[in-house]
Design a protein around this ligand. Structure first.
Ligand code: HEM
Ligand SMILES: *[C@@H]1O[C@H](CO)[C@@H](O)[C@H](O)[C@H]1NC(C)=O
Ligand SMILES: *[C@@H]1O[C@H](CO)[C@@H](O)[C@H](O)[C@H]1NC(C)=O
Length: 345
């Protein structure tokens, strides 16, 4: 992972490019320091999911949002994280973020955090991460990063919903920056296939990863605001998105009132929204996907072939999903082990 530091010294600007600072992840990262980590996180996820069936979807999406905000952040600081410079110098850091638990940080003062950015719509289940962290802090204080907890919880969410399991590589660090304005980095449900491809490739993820990871939309719920552009006044020539099945669009118009004041209305992403399965791909083939970004997977031959493949083979989907989750969750870039997941140390 590339990181950069710009140092102002006597009005001279020095640009350093340092490779690679990102710590690499490993399966046995906490073997000596916190051997119970997987078990403890799993216990917190299980007990929350048992009481509230929407928890797994929330945890899986949380990990995605965390990993996808990957920008160079600039900050004046005299706090030296990885370089030993003259402490009197003003240091301007920029680093790659990624799965660094920045999604968990609360807004402080006039800094609006990612959580309070527009695409947060319905991010939830943060308390599960808090519960796991609290337990971990009593067993092995100051050892396990919040970013690793989020990655483990996403895996557990998939398993609890009937999906595949995998070993989660660990060793992420927590970031110190979270800005609502950076959430525009997230792909929009209105994206077409080339925009999706670009968004994923900027994070080192391929079209295969795009199709497999979109399968996470087998779980959960979407608010009308995420798809209402497709069901009414789509364009002058057509009221409804021609890429959507007309009777499906009609049922969504029933669900979503014209004057959607309550803002809580919406639809399940999949007819089996608490079960992790490959039904999502079958819905795409029936033109019953909620978002343009889901339906768009049919618009490149390569992604279309994968939709067909995953619609007909749950095993192929599961294998691809695991592979791509490990890739997505390896985008790292934090600096510390937070004591409290909602605040920097
Ligand atoms: C490909 C680009 C993606 C776009 C444009 C996208 C967009 C969205 C949107 C708009 C929602 C509904 C939010 C709401 O209305 O409340 C949603 C929900 C969800 N997304 Fe995605 N998403 C994408 C990829 C992913 C990935 C890669 C994952 C995880 C691996 C994921 C997991 C989820 C889950 C689980 C939900 C349901 C959340 C819940 O019920 O609380 N999404 N997504
Ligand atoms: C999402 O952001 C809005 C502001 O855009 C904020 O009012 C709301 O509390 C946030 N929701 C969550 C769950 O953080
Ligand atoms: C996707 O949208 C972008 C921006 O609106 C546009 O330039 C591009 O041609 C579109 N691509 C496809 C395949 O529709």
């Amino acid at each position: 992972m590339a990181s950069f530091a710009v140092v102002f010294s006597h009005f001279a600007i020095l640009l350093l490019s340092v490779l690679p600072l990102g710590s690499s992840l490993s399966l046995d990262y906490y073997e000596k320091t916190c051997p119970g980590v997987d078990f403890i996180v799993n216990k917190a996820v299980r007990s929350a999911a048992y009481k509230d069936k929407t928890v797994p979807a929330g945890l899986l999406r949380m990990h995605f949002h965390d990993c996808f905000i990957r920008v160079f952040s600039l900050e004046f600081s005299t706090r030296l994280n990885f370089f030993v410079f003259d402490k009197t110098n003003l240091v301007l850091f920029a680093w790659v973020k990624g799965c660094d638990a920045s999604v968990l940080l609360n807004s402080v003062g006039n800094n609006k955090a990612e959580k309070d950015g527009p695409p947060n719509l319905s991010l939830h289940s943060f308390f599960v991460i808090d519960n796991a962290k609290k337990e971990l802090e009593s067993y092995c204080p100051g050892v396990v990063s919040c970013a690793d907890i989020v990655a483990l919880a996403a895996r557990d969410a998939v398993v609890l919903s009937g999906g595949p399991t995998w070993d989660v590589p660990k060793g992420r660090k927590d970031g110190r920056i979270s800005k609502a304005s950076e959430t525009i980095q997230l792909p929009s449900p209105r994206f077409n296939i080339s925009q999706l491809q670009q968004s994923f490739s900027q994070r080192g993820l391929s079209l295969d990863d795009l199709v497999a990871l979109s399968g996470a939309h087998t779980l959960g719920f979407a608010h009308c605001s995420s798809f209402e552009g497709r069901i009414r006044n789509f364009c002058p020539a057509s009221n409804v998105d021609p890429e959507m099945n007309p009777s499906f669009a009609a049922s969504l118009r029933n669900t979503c009132p014209v004057n959607n004041k309550a803002k809580s209305a919406g639809a399940y992403m999949d007819t089996s929204s608490t079960t992790f399965d490959n039904n999502y791909y079958r819905l795409i083939l029936q033109k019953k996907a909620l978002f343009s970004s889901d339906q768009a997977l049919l618009n490149f031959p390569k992604t279309k072939n994968l939709v067909y493949k995953f619609a007909s083979s749950k095993e192929a989907f599961n294998r691809a999903f695991v592979n791509s989750m490990i890739k997505m969750s390896s985008i790292t870039g934090g600096q510390e082990i937070r004591k409290n997941c909602r605040a920097v140390n």
